[in-house]
Design a protein around this ligand. Structure first.
Ligand code: RB5
Length: 376
């Protein structure tokens, strides 16, 4: 299939556009030209960036070329789009390295910075240089880290109370239709214990899929009935689940369906009636817990007090890599975890705004423990 490249320029980058298009056509590349079509009018470069990047996201194009006066504006704007790695290049060597090291899927060039010949050579170097994705490649590892940041922070919810500027909230909110649908059923007060328990398990299983997205892979050769496949398998990462008693138990089975090798620890906390501080009354962890990536399970993140304490207890035992997975989080709880444990990513299906006087999330879904175990 022909490679398809989307191209867009403002008036400042227009001078480079046609020479680049001519070169692409000579290479038998399909070009989607989003304009601008002359340099007489001053136009806004983010509009062209949006056209090019959304074509890539829709998979109408494989790569993109963006042109403005300096290349700076288009590269800044392009890098706001999920999945876009836009490289601002001023010479063929940068073009080459943006392919080999960064796997750039967009190249940005400045019509007031480089001449058309250099621009064409830079584009050719970028197109001709494959990404170094060889096994254990440092470039592969780094680009995977970029992709992870992209995923994480494209779902940032900024705090209303802080005006969104005091600290970044590390929250991954699942917007998958299946999860959203099941959460709505869980919220319904008419959903009975049996169905509630099944739904919690199903949602937890679906969440496991996303929570493990950053597991490292290694390449292996697999013999298929018709040949050798250069395939990938998870490279020996050890996982652990830690439900916070008791409601967290409801999420364990679902997670284990996808992660059958994970070990399960348990942690129980109560609130000291005098100090109101969480106290650990039970903690049993896998013996090699400190070597594992631990996923803490707590369906309702309300004030965040017990989840924060549980994470602290785990850290005190030498565990450094922790994620927190909930069904519903209150804004207050998210802020508490971000403040106490800025290194811990939170995964949830919804962030609700309020807590009532009894620290229940509103609208939430009620007491997850009671609804799971039928105790009320
Ligand atoms: C437009 O005058 C100019 O600002 C634009 O082309 C680009 O250089 C922005 O970064």
């Amino acid at each position: 299939m022909k490679v398809r490249i989307a191209i867009g320029a403002d008036h400042g980058g227009f001078v480079l556009k046609q020479p680049i298009i001519d070169c692409l056509k000579e290479r038998n590349i399909e070009v989607l030209d989003f304009g601008t079509f002359d340099d007489q009018e001053s136009v806004d470069y983010p509009d062209y960036v949006e056209k090019v990047c959304s074509a890539i996201i829709r998979k109408d194009a494989d790569k993109g070329i963006l042109l403005c006066g300096t290349g700076i504006g288009v590269s800044i704007a392009a890098n706001k789009f999920p999945g876009i790695r836009a490289a601002l290049c001023t010479n063929p060597e940068m073009g080459r390295l943006s392919g080999e090291h960064n796997n750039a899927n967009v190249i940005a060039l400045g019509g007031r910075i480089i001449d058309p010949n250099t621009a064409v050579e830079t584009v050719q170097a970028w197109l001709d240089t494959p990404f170094d994705d060889s096994e254990n490649s440092r470039h592969q590892r780094r680009v995977e880290k970029i992709n992870r940041l992209d995923k994480l922070y494209s779902s940032i919810n900024q705090s209303k109370e802080t005006g969104g500027c005091q600290y970044m909230q590390r929250v991954f909110e699942f917007d998958h239709p299946l999860i959203q649908h099941k959460i709505s059923l869980l919220r319904d007060k008419n959903t009975g214990t049996k169905e509630f328990r099944e739904l919690v398990s199903e949602v937890a299983m679906l969440m496991a899929y996303e929570v493990t997205r950053d597991l490292p892979l290694k390449e292996v050769d697999v013999e298929t009935p018709v040949g050798i496949a250069h395939a990938k398998v998870i490279s020996g990462k050890k996982l652990g689940l830690v439900p916070i008693l008791r409601a967290g138990l409801g999420m364990v089975d679902g997670m284990l369906k996808l992660l059958p090798m994970a070990k399960v620890g348990h942690i129980g906390l109560y609130r000291d009636p005098e100090t109101l501080e969480p106290v650990e009354y039970y903690c049993k962890l896998p013996s090699d817990a400190a070597e594992r990536d631990m996923v803490v399970l707590d369906p309702m993140l309300a004030t965040g007090g017990s989840a924060s304490a549980a994470i602290r207890f785990l850290k005190n035992r030498g565990i450094t890599n922790i994620k927190l997975v909930c069904l519903i989080a209150a804004r207050t709880g998210v802020e508490r975890i971000n403040r106490d444990h800025p290194d811990v990513d939170i995964y949830c299906a919804a962030v609700d705004e309020e807590l009532n006087d009894h620290a229940y999330i509103v609208p939430g879904l009620g007491d997850a423990g009671d609804r799971l175990f039928g105790t009320k």
